[in-house]
Design a binder for this molecule. Structure first.
Ligand code: SAM
Ligand code: SF4
Length: 334
């Protein structure tokens, strides 16, 4: 292998240009579909990459492996004290990657401007309900107002388009799709629904309980006119529809019932320095050991390419032999 920027390709011809970086496995909410009420055994501090180590791996990904976009996630990425510096360091790279954060919104009111000034382009904020009581029931914390304030701050700071991620849960908030869309339209946010996936630490997912993309669309169509979005999907997991003729849009990420694995362009780095070639991968590749063992950038790049080459064609949720990965979503980076 040369040091050229040869890209992260796999044997099915997909090229990973979108890097998800988990900055922490910790979280200040306890969304029922993600974490148990008592939280999880957090990763030991010495196993978490330092800010410099995170930046070094992002640099390898961007300058040697063709990564074009970096999204910071977690756990809750805004809990990472060094996030502004990590964003600034990433924005200083050539070529400059697109930079975004997926967050529950808590802390965004304070961080939106510093993050924008550091070079952040956009945010995705998770919001499953616009009812504060339901929020407390789903996330087990009374912090709804902070999320709403965070959303306003992100929009005011120009971190746009501000996208909302919503997971609907049967019998809990599955009647709320139209209200959430009304809320998003009123504020100029782009709403995307995500089908619930078998990635919760409690292993409580079942296909029967999951609200499917078809159900979400039917519930929206009772109130809105949805027409196919002529814009190309281009590797994006969300299928989008124009709302009442556009230009506003709504998206549905049908990871389970309308999988997009054939177009997947992601590679993932966990907070403890493991590369995962898929959310549902059962194996991972240790870059932290390599990094701390004194490997140079090209050795790291070679290992990363090997990790991606072995990516499976699909997540296999429908396969009877499907095994949920050991790491829950919060420890992989959603
Ligand atoms: N804490 C941040 C947040 O909530 O946005 C970032 C991490 S969170 C794991 C990333 C996204 O994954 C959120 O939008 C969340 O709703 C989603 N998520 C978590 N568990 C999920 C599951 N089992 N199925 C589908 N989406 C899930
Ligand atoms: Fe925390 Fe995000 Fe998981 Fe909710 S979905 S518990 S905010 S990591």
């Amino acid at each position: 292998m040369t040091s050229a920027n040869t890209g992260l390709i796999d044997r099915y011809g997909r090229r990973a240009v979108d890097l998800r970086v988990s900055l922490t496995d910790r979280c200040n909410l306890r969304c029922s579909y993600c974490m148990p009420p008592e939280g999880l055994p957090w990763l030991p501090k010495q196993e978490i990459l330092t800010d410099d180590e995170v930046l070094r791996l992002i640099t390898v990904a961007v300058t040697r492996l063709g990564v074009e976009e970096v999204r910071f996630t977690g756990g809750e990425p805004l809990l990472r004290p060094g996030i502004v510096g990590i964003v600034a360091g990433s924005a200083a790279l050539t070529p400059r990657p697109k930079l975004s954060v997926t967050t529950n919104g808590i802390g965004l009111a304070r961080l939106a401007v510093p993050l924008r000034d550091a070079g952040l382009d956009r945010v995705n904020v998770s919001l499953d309900t616009i009812d504060p009581e339901r929020f407390a029931a789903i996330a087990l914390r009374r912090r709804f107002d902070e999320v709403i304030d965070g959303l306003s701050a992100a929009a005011a700071a120009g971190l746009t388009p501000v996208k909302l991620n919503t997971v609907l849960l049967r019998g809990i908030n599955d009647d709320e799709a139209p209200a959430l869309l009304r809320f998003a339209l009123a504020h100029g946010y782009e709403l995307r629904f995500i089908e619930q996936m078998p990635l919760d630490a409690q292993h409580g997912w079942s296909r029967e309980q999951m609200i499917s993309a078809a159900e979400i669309l039917a519930s929206l169509e009772a109130e809105f006119d949805l027409s196919p979005d002529p814009a190309e999907r281009a590797g994006a997991p969300a299928e989008t529809w124009l709302v009442n003729g556009g230009p506003a849009k709504v998206g549905v990420i049908g990871s389970v019932t309308r999988p997009f694995c054939g177009d997947c362009d992601r590679t993932r780095l966990t907070a403890d320095g493991q590369v995962r070639n898929c959310l549902f991968a059962t194996g991972e590749t240790d870059l932290r050991g390599l990094l701390r063992g004194g490997a140079d950038d090209e050795e790291i790049a070679v290992r990363w390419r090997e990790a991606m080459w072995g990516k499976l064609p699909g997540h296999g949720i429908d396969d009877p032999s499907f095994l949920q990965p050991d790491r829950p979503m919060s420890a992989i980076g959603g």
